[in-house]
Design a protein around this ligand. Structure first.
Ligand code: FAD
Length: 506
C-alpha cells in the first residue's frame, strides 16, 4: 500500500521519530504551512528519551530532565507551548556517600564536615601533595582531577560515579573531558564559591557549568512538553502516527522517495514525501537504506557505539523520602548511579501526595547481563539497594516498573568523528533530501535544546529555502555560522562539543 498523505501539494515532509528533534521540526514546518507526517515507533507516547512514563498514578521521566537553555529562542518555545504549565525549580541535588549526604556542587565546608576530622586530614594532605607534586602533563581523568582536588577527594567524589556512568576505569578516560566538564573548578574555587557571595565572585560569568542552580520543569514531567506539541500538531491536522516503525528508507536517482513503515500488526505501508528528516540512530538509518549504502558507509555507521540505560521506577508508600530532585550515589557497593524523586520536581508528578515516585538509574551496555535480567530481578535489585542506602524500608516499596532505554548515550570513542564524517559526506552528496537532526540522529551527546534547534533549522531550510547547517549548532543550542566544521577535525567536532569522555589514545 502507498500513502502520499497530502496529494496535490508539491512539498511533503516525512519526519522519522517524535522526540524533541522530530517534533520541533514538525512544529516549525506547520508554522510555515508545510505539510508534514511524523512517524513514531513507540505505540503509546511521544517525547523520545524526554518522554514521561506513568505507573500507578506516578509519573517518571527516563532519567530526570531539566529544562535549561542558553538559547532565548528555545526558552521562548517552551513558554509558548506550556505557558503556566512550566515552572521554575530551585535545584537541590546532593551526593550520597557511605550513608551521608554531601552538597552538590561540592562545598568544601560541607564536605569536610561530613567526612569527619580524620578523613578531612587525609584529604587535605592528599591535596597538599597534589599541589606540591602534581602529575606532570596529566593524560587521564584520574590524574587531571587528582591534580585539582587531591587523590583522596577524587576517589570519594569523582571516581565511582564516573565509572558507573561510562563503564570505563577513570585511569583510562582522557583528561580532556574533565577539563571541559569542570573547567575553572578546583578546591580553591570550590571554597570561594562556598564562602563568597555571587557579586564578589564575578557574577554570571563566574558560574561554571556544573553549578547551575535553577531550571524550569513542566508540571507533569518532561514529556508534557512533547505531548503538548503533538496535540498542537494533531489540531493542525498532522497527528503523530504512533506505533509505526520505519523499517526501510527507499531511494533512487539521488533522492529518498519514501519510507516503509510497519505497524503493530505487522502490516507495511509506503509513505511518500519530498523531504525526509531522520532522528533515528545513524547506525539504524544507514542499515535501512534500500538500495544498500556503499560498504564503506555501512561499516562507518556500524562502528558508531552507544551506551544504554535502565530505569527502575519504584512507588513508595511514603510522602517524604528525601528533599532533593535527585541524588548522585557514590557508594561503590551499589550499582545504582542516580536516584530521582519526581515529586520534588513538581507535586503533580504523583496523584496521591502520600506516595513518592523514585526513578533509579542504571547505566549499562545492552550486551551486559543486566540488560537482559527479568524485570522482577531488576525491581528486586532496586528495592534492595534503596534499603542498603538507608533510603527506605523494603516494605515501603509498593510496586515498580522497569524501563529500558537503548542507545541513551551516543559514545564518543577515538574514531567516532571519522566514522561520522564518512556517513555525513556520503549522505550530503548521495541523498540531499535526507536530513539528520537530533541526538542519535547526529550522534551528538546533547540536551533537548540542541535537538530542538537542529530540527527547527532544518525545517526552516525546507520551508523557506534557508541554508542553515545543523552541524553548526553547538551543545548550548547556539548557531555559530563562523565555526567551520572542518576546523575541529573530522567534520562537526566544534559543533559536536566533546562532552563525553574518551579512552586515552594508545
Ligand atoms: C539520563 C538522561 C538524562 C537527560 N537529562 C536531560 C536534561 O536534564 N535536560 C535536557 O534538556 N535533556 C536531557 N537529556 C537529553 C534528552 O533526552 C535528549 O537530548 C533528547 O531526548 C533527544 O531528542 P531527539 O529527538 O534527538 O532523540 P530521541 O529522544 O532519541 O527521539 C528519537 C525518537 O525517534 C523514534 N524512532 C527511532 N527509530 C525509529 C524508527 N525506526 N521508526 C520510527 N520512530 C523511530 C524513537 O522511538 C524516539 O521517540 C537526558 C538524556 C538522558 C539519557
Amino acid at each position: 500500500m502507498t500513502d502520499s498523505t497530502s496529494p496535490g501539494s508539491t512539498q511533503h515532509v516525512v519526519v522519522m521519530g517524535a522526540g524533541p528533534a522530530g517534533l520541533s521540526a514538525a512544529y516549525e514546518l506547520t508554522r510555515h504551512g508545510t505539510p508534514v507526517t511524523v512517524i513514531e515507533k513507540d505505540p503509546h507516547t511521544v517525547g523520545g528519551i524526554a518522554r514521561t512514563l506513568e505507573f500507578m498514578g506516578c509519573r517518571f521521566d527516563v532519567g530526570p530532565h531539566r529544562f535549561f537553555s542558553k538559547s532565548a529562542e528555545i526558552e521562548a518555545l517552551w513558554t509558548e507551548v506550556l505557558g503556566d504549565e512550566i515552572r521554575p525549580v530551585s535545584r537541590l541535588t546532593r551526593i550520597l556517600y557511605r550513608g551521608k549526604f554531601f552538597d552538590y556542587p561540592i562545598r568544601a565546608s560541607n564536605a569536610f564536615l561530613g567526612l569527619g576530622p580524620v578523613e578531612t586530614a587525609r584529604c587535605v594532605a592528599s591535596y597538599a601533595q597534589a599541589r606540591l607534586r602534581p602529575v606532570a602533563d596529566p593524560k587521564s581523568f584520574e590524574d587531571w582531577v587528582s591534580n585539582q582536588f587531591g587523590h583522596r577527594l577524587f576517589e570519594i567524589f569523582f571516581k565511582t560515579y564516573t565509572e558507573k556512568v561510562w563503564g570505563i576505569p577513570t585511569s583510562e578516560l582522557s583528561a580532556d573531558w574533565a577539563g571541559q566538564r569542570i573547567r575553572g573548578l578546583n578546591l580553591v574555587e570550590v571554597i570561594r564559591n562556598a564562602v563568597l557571595p555571587a557579586s564578589l565572585r564575578g557574577g554570571e560569568r563566574a558560574v561554571v557549568k556544573t553549578l547551575v542552580d535553577a531550571f524550569r520543569y513542566p508540571r507533569r514531567g518532561a514529556g508534557q512538553m512533547w505531548e503538548s506539541v503533538a496535540a498542537r500538531l494533531a489540531k493542525a491536522g498532522h497527528g503523530v502516527r504512533l506505533g509505526e516503525e520505519v523499517v526501510a528508507v527507499r531511494h533512487a536517482s539521488g533522492r529518498v522517495l519514501s519510507v516503509v513503515v510497519r505497524d503493530g500488526r505487522g502490516a507495511t505501508l509506503d509513505v511518500l514525501g519530498s523531504e525526509f528528516i531522520s532522528t533515528m540512530p545513524i547506525r539504524e538509518l544507514i542499515a535501512k537504506l534500500q538500495p544498500v549504502a556503499p560498504s564503506i558507509v555501512r561499516n562507518a555507521a556500524d562502528a558508531l557505539a552507544y551506551r544504554d540505560f535502565i530505569t527502575v521506577n519504584l512507588v513508595l508508600d511514603r510522602a517524604d523520602v528525601f528533599p532533593d530532585q535527585w541524588i548522585y550515589v557514590h557508594d561503590p557497593g551499589v550499582k545504582v548511579g542516580r536516584i530521582a524523586n519526581f515529586k520534588n520536581f513538581s507535586s503533580a508528578m504523583v496523584a496521591d501526595g502520600g506516595l513518592s515516585g523514585l526513578g533509579m538509574e542504571y547505566f549499562c551496555f545492552d550486551t551486559d547481563g543486566m540488560w537482559g535480567w527479568p524485570d522482577a530481578e531488576l525491581l528486586d535489585l532496586g528495592r534492595r539497594e534503596l534499603v542498603t542506602l538507608g533510603i527506605c524500608r523494603a516494605d515501603e516499596v509498593k510496586a515498580g516498573m522497569v524501563y529500558r532505554q537503548p542507545k541513551a548515550y551516543p559514545v564518543y570513542d577515538g574514531e567516532y568523528l571519522g566514522h561520522l564524517a564518512v556517513v555525513r559526506e556520503w549522505l550530503a552528496r548521495a541523498l540531499p533530501n535526507l536530513w539528520l537532526v537530533g541526538r542519535n540522529g547526529m550522534h551528538h551527546y546533547n540536551n533537548q535544546d540542541h535537538s530542538m534547534m537542529t530540527g527547527i533549522l532544518v525545517a526552516r531550510n525546507i520551508a523557506t529555502g534557508a541554508h542553515f547547517d545543523p552541524w553548526l549548532v553547538n551543545t548550548d543550542a547556539e548557531y555559530h555560522e563562523e565555526e567551520r566544521a572542518d576546523e575541529a577535525g573530522g567534520g562537526g567536532g566544534a559543533a559536536t562539543g566533546r562532552q563525553v569522555p574518551q579512552r586515552i589514545a594508545s
